[in-house]
Design a protein around this ligand. Structure first.
Ligand code: SF4
Length: 268
């Protein structure tokens, strides 16, 4: 059921491919779809930013957008990048080597959002580098995409000292930048990478085990979000890689459905 290309990437992920007899319903559905044609090319022609969606799949778990100071609304990419570089909205500006804005295709259909830069990211100025970054790249490839086709960002643009978790106040301070990034990219689907990213994006304290396998929404335009484990966690807990593969299958199936709805006018 899995193509040779996907099998190669799954091997890189350390995942043995099989479909358990008691697969959850969504897993069975997507497993049956693995042989389907590859997802549409991500490096798509320029897209005009979409207006507010007319509707979203009924399965999306909606939360009211958080009212935030309008720190970045209406900024273009260059202005936004400059605003982040100059930002001193929280204490993290004092200890960063540099800000870590995000990388990738500014018109990507897939967006991956992690929690915050680590030591290596702080040094290089790019999110998801090092071993965890390599594993994220393998996960992206498992979806049939290239790293440069997607957009990768973090909830925080500056590194928390000693790799501590972001403080809620820091995430709130930085959220306007992330919301503007998402609005400029206007992705079809967001993957929240890891518990911290998911809980901050979705403004919830629900454990990641209960956030996985569902469709959530982020921001004023209710961009669809699915949740998976952070690659750093997968490196520490390789037994969980199978679950991350299930998450990717879920994401791929949802992406196809959202693109189909968009093409038929269901989602602007
Ligand atoms: S983490 Fe965000 S809000 Fe805090 S200083 Fe950096 S860019 Fe500004």
């Amino acid at each position: 059921m899995v193509s040779a290309r996907q099998a190669a990437y799954l091997q890189a992920l350390g995942v043995d491919v099989y479909v358990p007899r008691s697969s959850p319903p969504w897993q069975t559905e997507v497993a049956a779809e693995v042989d389907a044609p590859a997802v549409p090319a991500v490096a798509a022609p320029a897209r005009v930013p979409a207006p507010k969606p007319a509707r979203a799949p009924s399965s999306i778990v909606r939360r009211e957008p958080i009212a935030l100071p309008d720190i970045a609304a209406n900024l273009d990419w260059d202005e936004l990048r400059a605003a982040v570089v100059a930002c001193q909205r929280c204490e993290l500006h004092a200890t960063r080597t540099q800000t870590v804005f995000g990388v990738g295709n500014p018109q990507a259909r897939w967006m991956f959002i992690g929690e915050a830069p680590g030591a290596e990211e702080d040094k290089q100025g790019e999110p998801f580098v090092g071993r965890a970054g390599q594993l994220l790249t393998s996960m992206i490839r498992a979806l049939g995409l290239r790293r440069e086709d997607v957009f990768i960002a973090n909830v925080l643009k500056c590194r928390p000292p000693d790799n501590r978790d972001p403080k809620p106040s820091e995430a709130v301070s930085c959220r306007g930048f992330l919301e503007r990034q998402v609005a400029l990219v206007n992705p079809t689907l967001i993957i929240a990478v890891g518990r911290i990213a998911a809980q901050n994006l979705l403004a919830t304290e629900t454990p990641i085990t209960k956030l996985r396998g569902k469709v959530h929404s982020f921001g004023a335009q209710a961009w669809p979000v699915v949740v998976t484990y952070h690659p750093a966690y997968l490196l520490r807990s390789p037994g969980e890689k199978r679950k991350s593969w299930q998450d990717l299958l879920h994401a791929r199936q949802l992406f196809g459905r959202l693109e189909q709805e968009s093409a038929s006018g269901g989602r602007a």
